[in-house]
Write a protein of this length. Structure first.
Length: 290
């Protein structure tokens, strides 16, 4: 490592809460340089941060989420690759892996076994760029503004955490720890940033077992493959059973909804989790890991 060591407090907070804000990973000068490079990359898409009143609508072409969360499909710009290779960021993640998932013990057990935490593999995700609400409202289409909140969710399918057969991806990813680098302050609620359910990781397996299935009438998020398989199973049981009161004929309980690696946290069925959500305050230059 490069001498950048996480404090004991950071380690303890991550183990207890499942999320930690590592302060000051980038200096103010480093933050300004990254912001400048990011803003220059937006110019290529005709988005001028100094003139959002007339250029913010061009963000639509960069967002495959339709503006949800202010997420932009910016992946492999030079400034971003350099940021992902920043020794302090890499070191912080390696130290967290070393203290948790690399040992493959206790709540950090997984089917991939013990691994070397100091041989990281870079996974590049998108960026979040939220504009002020008044700018977002300028480019409304009906009731939908240019940007809006990203619904609470998990970046995995909890009920088949290590089964990627339905993901449709040639190389499914495993991200035991995720992180982002803040380029602006989000100290207060309703200013953007992250909300999370601290401590869920310590009861995650139990929560998955008791979590309600998809009770919506349309079940729009359930895969057709799963529904068809359940239908075939019921038909097969019916043809070999002589009594209509057999428990085998009861409909199979549906799984909670999941599409790819996205599971929504639902307002009714997952109310117990939503009630525990907290805003995670951070400042520019902080690294937020969960």
């Amino acid at each position: 490592m490069d001498g950048f060591l996480l404090s004991d407090e950071c380690h303890e907070e991550f183990k207890t809460r499942g999320i930690v804000v590592v302060p000051g990973v980038l200096t103010p000068d480093e933050v300004m340089r990254v912001r400048d490079e990011f803003h220059k990359s937006l110019i290529k898409h005709e988005v001028d941060v100094d003139n959002l009143q007339t250029t913010a609508h061009n963000l639509k072409s960069l967002s495959s989420t339709g503006g949800a969360g202010g997420i932009l499909d910016t992946f492999y710009e030079d400034w971003k690759l350099k940021l992902n290779e920043n020794p302090k960021i890499v070191s912080a993640l390696c130290q967290l892996w070393q203290a948790t998932y690399s040992s493959c013990r206790g709540i950090y057990e997984h089917p991939y076994g013990v691994f070397d935490p100091f041989k990281p593999y870079m996974y590049i995700d998108r960026v979040c760029f939220r504009v002020p609400d008044d700018i977002s409202s300028l480019f409304s289409k009906g009731k939908r503004t240019l940007q809006r909140t990203l619904a609470p969710h998990l970046d995995c399918c909890p009920h088949r955490l290590y089964d990627h057969s339905e993901s449709g991806k040639r190389h499914p990813k495993w991200r035991p720890i995720q992180a982002f680098l803040a380029l602006t302050d989000t100290v207060n609620k309703d200013e953007g940033g992250l909300e999370a359910c601290p401590g869920l990781h310590r009861e995650f397996d139990e929560w998955v077992l008791r979590r309600a299935g998809d009770t919506s009438s349309g079940m729009s998020l359930r895969s057709k493959k799963q529904e068809n398989q359940e239908t075939e199973d019921l038909v097969s049981v019916s043809s070999s059973t002589s009594t209509s009161t057999s428990p085998s004929l009861l409909p199979l309980p549906p799984s909670p909804p999941c599409v790819g690696d996205f599971t929504p946290i639902r307002p009714v069925e997952d109310a117990d989790i939503l009630s525990r959500f907290e805003h995670i305050p951070c400042r520019a230059g902080d690294l937020v890991c969960w």
